[in-house]
Design a binder for this molecule. Sequence first.
Ligand SMILES: Nc1ncnc2c1ncn2[C@@H]1O[C@H](COP(=O)(O)OP(=O)(O)OP(=O)(O)O)[C@@H](O)[C@H]1O
Ligand SMILES: [Mg+2]
Length: 361
Amino acid sequence: MEAFLKRNGNKSLKKVEKDVEMEPDDEKDNKSRYQPWVEKYRPNKIDEVSHQPEVVSALNKSIETGKIPHLLLYGPPGTGKTSTILALSKELFGPEFHRSRILELNASDDRGIGMVREKIKKFAQKKISKAVSSDYPCPPVQLIILDEADSMTVDAQAALRRTIEVYSAQTRFCIICNYVSKIIEPLASRCVKFRFTPIAEEAQMKRLQYICEQEEINHDNSALEALVEVTDGDMRKSIMMLQSAGRSYEGDKLTAEDIYEVSGKIPIEVIQDIWDQILNQSDTNISELAENVIQEGYDIMQLLSQLIELVTNAATRDVSHLKKARIAEICAETEFKLIKGGSEELNVSYLLVSISDILNS
Ligand SMILES: Nc1ncnc2c1ncn2[C@@H]1O[C@H](COP(=O)(O)OP(=O)(O)OP(=O)(O)O)[C@@H](O)[C@H]1O
Ligand SMILES: [Mg+2]
């Protein structure tokens, strides 16, 4: 049974059972082969969530006692927030009742004030099904999961304050977001808060190692180190990259080079070369340089973050802190303009000329 659940990731058991009836073995194998690994290896139990020990121990206690508070989970992407809540609901209600006891809403749903009033109230008012299971605590509550709640309007959040109070006898709210500062204080203060941190190197390596073993990926240790390095504690990103590199590597082992190739990271020599040219050239050549950068087709957001990395590291020690701060400001300004839809060509020229000005002033 365990192997069966592992193969089928976080699908509800009902759905899995249906699949078993309908699918011949090879079709099932195909499905497992093409299933995204982020789903295949999504933790099914709270204990499988890596690197968030406080959250894991607090929620395990809640499962033991059956007492669930309103929850607010926040932290950077790919650190296990959504997975934790889904695992919690499975462990509370079991596969049979888990779907009927949760309402899951994310940023793709309409979450304006009208939606809060209707959808949430309708679910919160629902009489909850009687769940009797000796294997799961099944407390008499239901969960409303508001994923990516930082994209909810302030009005919709304000409307939720009252709803939470009125229905709290049988409904618990789980608010999930990246930026806790975007959740209004009266809402945040009604919840027990848990901060998710970027996954530490060791924990990330362990999980990636496990996936490589399961998927029989012959790899060099440097490949896993490279994955950890380029993803900054984002487990989702590292698993996705491992899957795409694992599909396409040539040679007999997956290496760091294969990872850098799929990561979109710009080779450090290229960044260093751009920096040296900015330091040494006149303005006319800088615009030529900008043209070359665009023609090479590099991801400009990636270029910005690697430039900042270079500026802050020891290789640029002789540049004063004030100049470094001004360069960071220009990079931030450029990023903002690009997000707003500004032209890459104009912005890269502006960026490089401004950095050259700062360095040569
Ligand atoms: N702490 C973790 N332990 C084990 N696997 C994890 C962890 N965090 C993330 N993952 C893996 O990454 C995938 C995405 O995780 P999840 O959806 O929980 O991230 P999130 O924190 O909700 O991110 P976002 O803020 O972008 O919504 C999971 O399916 C799982 O494979
Ligand atoms: Mg999420």
